[in-house]
Design a protein around this ligand. Sequence first.
Ligand code: ZN
Length: 295
Amino acid sequence: MVVCPICSSSEKLEIPYKFSTSILDILKKYNIQTVYHWYLCKECGNGYQFPKQDDRVLEEHWNRIEQGDVTSDDNNRASSSKRLFNYFYPFLKDKKSILDIGCGHGYLLSEFKQNGFETFGIDIDSQTKEIHERLGLDTQIGQVEHLDLKKKYDVVFSTNSLYFIQNPVHFLKKIQNHLNPDGYLCLSIADMLAHTNVAGPGYPLAFYPNYDSIDYILALAGYEIVSKENKLTNILIVCKINNQVTLPKINTLKIFILLKTKPLRYCFFGLPIKWLHKKLTGTFLSKLVKKIINY
Ligand SMILES: [Zn+2]
């Protein structure tokens, strides 16, 4: 039976998806003929794929991203880490230690280290180790799902990686073991409904949240939201452990309509925003535009 990987409900609506050319290419390479579906869960409002993606596809997809990106996108990674740092830092000023799960190239961790935090990172990709060493970061290479550190931290970060974890609720519960009682879990996660991105689901994600449905996931895993904001394509969240949070009622019909009108919203809002942003970056209007579009 097809059930939601977040809440196990079988109530669902079929939603459109379009795999990226890279994914289609990999499916062809391994001669995978599986017919995939994407659904919107009527209980928790999250999107999910069925059946789950073949492990070979996931592995090759990530290898391709890493190989293509290591040098060319370094500047992008550094500047988006700087933006994340600027957003989260005011919440974390009185905290001391930070664990970044899925730390990638380590730029975010490096920002915090330079600002006096005690930092530790974990990432699955062994190729990132060399970059961590260059940045002087203390890290470990390994499966983030099997996280078992003998230490608690004031802050745990998970940026753009939660949807690649096969059992995200279990994973978030496990993070509680590594978080001090008054600590913060900080998340950055792409929004399935963001109008600056025309695509529906296009990558082999375990689930795809939106601004409303992420509340359900966090409540289910025992977290209370301290702050939540939509920044362009991503949702940025600060939350803390609270195992008494009640599950929110999610308006899935609203989510379904927003999803169906995404291409239209992209044309009228997304495209002009992206154009403005590109044109004005580096000019004196750049700051004002970033403020208007909440970047
Ligand atoms: Zn669900």
